[in-house]
Design a protein around this ligand. Structure first.
Ligand code: RB5
Length: 146
């Protein structure tokens, strides 16, 4: 990694423990972690946290984002409503690599009730270690943005 990237993390109550494991893992890889919570397991609403994290990325405050909820689906849908956000939910390492390489995804979503911690951290590695390939993929990503 040539320059330190800031990565925003958020989740709902269903993924507090996994988010903390991801935070530790991402920090150990040399990234700057901006964990915007929540910090308790009190029931909350995933759209709030998906939107808050997405706005950190869309504004340029953070380079990338990793968000989590029970399935990863709801918080991903909320994040993708923020202009400029391309977030994919992944349960396998191939997809995690490809959403970066081909789709230039600036956010990754993971389901804490879908994958265990070991696979989740491997998904994070696959996502962060991949690079956008540009070229024809850039043309297609531009078409997503309209
Ligand atoms: C919360 O019970 C659950 O609905 C949420 O974590 C997520 O799975 C929604 O997509």
């Amino acid at each position: 990694m040539s320059d330190t990237k800031r990565i925003v993390l958020s989740s709902d109550h269903a993924a507090i423990d996994l988010r903390q494991a991801v935070a530790t893992h991402v920090a150990a890889k040399g990234y700057e972690v901006v964990d915007i919570g929540p910090t308790t397991t009190e029931t909350t609403h995933y759209p709030l946290h998906g939107k808050a994290a997405a706005e950190r990325v869309a504004s340029g405050d953070c380079d990338l984002g990793i968000i989590l909820c029970g399935t990863g689906q709801g918080i991903m849908m909320a994040a993708n409503k923020v202009p400029g956000i391309r977030c994919g939910v992944c349960s396998d390492t191939f997809s995690a690599s490809m959403i970066r390489a081909h789709n230039n995804a600036n956010m990754l979503s993971i389901g804490a009730r879908v994958v265990g911690e070991g696979l989740a951290l491997a998904i994070v590695d696959a996502y962060l270690d991949a690079e956008f390939e540009g070229g024809r993929h850039g043309t297609r990503v531009d078409m997503i943005e309209g």
